[in-house]
Design a protein around this ligand. Structure first.
Ligand SMILES: [Zn+2]
Length: 386
């Protein structure tokens, strides 16, 4: 099975192909932009172009090298991405275990190119990963003029672990790539990259895709119906990865759709008749594992943003268009004015900090609902607990 077709990014593709044809393509690139817009897919496209025997405005797609690259089997194209840390191994065994895990994941992607991107597992790029990249980089390419290394989600390079030696090893190969090695790093969290990486790579920003591009992907590659594809694309903010998270899985709402609904409950609870609504809602959360709340609070912020859009008469900018009627009702009831929403945003930000600090989720959610009731619902002060 081959990788799914690359969508969008025509401008970036043309610029990369032109630079390559003129011999001015930088040896270390950094693709940055929102999560799920296809940065690693574009990196794989570029890798295919770099090994293609008849390159033009893109990889020819039909030479043996192109075919091997498209099925993730080209011996000179190495795709790295964050992985769960292998348990109870260290040293050189760790390098081997990571490489084994990477090859297993590549095999899984080959089977199912629509890679699931939602996982609660902690994943990283470890010292062992860097060591493996370095070992390969100093070997000769097997059939292409040079090797290509893709390092996806490079912000996941684990800093606290990285001995200075390992960090320096990566910087050195980025700065002076051995042979004809090329490196393509990707990140959606450029601010979290080790500071030395941006200065050694040439950045290329990738913008969100258009809604029709996302919808076409969902129909053609993910088997979504036309209506479902349009709905998820409308919520996607130009990210295929995000859109996939809304699609139902095995008769259940998708993982992001679950979070989106849960976030709406938090915002809507501010409208409930009694302050206890928040406590009841909070009890639905597990008493531990607060870090998973961070994504939930992202959705709470989106709902607040939508409420603010409606309150300021900018209905056309609402993200969650399928909930316009409910948003209207909430906005009208709360008599929203901008400073109320601004206060609510800072309350969510504070809740996020508590979640990152691993405070009990029931406490975090309970106090967030209580605070939001205060800021959004214009309650008489007597009803607001101190
Ligand atoms: Zn080719």
């Amino acid at each position: 099975m081959s990788l799914h077709a690359l969508r969008g990014h025509e401008g970036a593709r043309a610029a990369l192909a032109r630079a390559y044809a003129r011999g001015v393509l930088p040896s270390a690139l950094l693709f940055h932009g929102p999560r799920g817009v296809g940065k690693q897919r574009l990196a794989l496209w570029l890798a295919q172009l770099l090994v293609c025997e008849l390159p033009g405005e893109g990889p020819c797609g039909s030479c043996p090298a192109c075919k091997m690259a498209a099925s993730l089997e080209h011996p000179d194209v190495h795709w790295y991405f964050p992985l769960p840390r292998p348990k109870s191994v260290a040293g050189d065994r760790l390098v081997d275990a990571l490489e084994e895990a990477r090859l297993e994941e590549l095999a899984a992607i080959r089977e199912q190119p629509r890679r699931a991107s939602h996982t609660d597992e902690v994943r990283g790029l470890y010292v062992g990963t860097v060591r493996s990249i370095r070992q390969k980089a100093y070997k000769r390419p097997v059939m292409a003029p040079g090797q290509v290394f893709i390092i996806g989600d490079a912000d996941a390079l684990v800093p606290q672990e990285a001995s200075p030696e390992a960090a320096n090893a990566l910087l050195k190969v980025l700065e002076e790539p051995p042979g004809n090695c090329r490196f393509i790093l990707t990140t959606s969290e450029a601010g979290h990259l080790p500071p030395t990486i941006p200065s050694r790579t040439v950045p290329l920003h990738l913008a969100p895709l258009s809604e029709p591009e996302v919808a076409a992907f969902l129909r053609d590659e993910a088997g979504a119906g036309a209506k479902e594809a349009d709905w998820a694309a409308g919520l996607s903010q130009g990210s295929i990865g995000r859109a996939l998270g809304f699609l139902p899985e095995g008769g259940e709402p998708g993982p992001l759709e679950k979070l989106r609904r849960q976030a709406f409950e938090i915002v809507a609870a501010t409208d409930g008749p009694r302050a206890s609504t928040g406590h009841v809602l909070a009890l639905g959360f597990p008493p531990a594992g607060a870090r998973t709340l961070v994504e939930l609070f992202g959705f709470v912020e989106e709902w607040l943003r939508d409420l603010a859009a409606i309150a300021s008469g900018a209905r056309e900018t609402v993200i969650h268009r399928d909930a316009l009627a409910e948003l209207d009702r909430l906005a009208a009831k709360g008599d929203l004015v901008p400073y109320r929403v601004a206060t609510a945003f800072s309350q969510v930000e504070r809740a996020r900090e508590l979640a990152v600090a691993n405070v009990n989720p029931q406490l975090v959610v309970g106090s967030l609902v209580r605070e939001l009731r205060h800021s959004l619902a214009q309650l008489p002060s007597a009803e607001v607990p101190a």
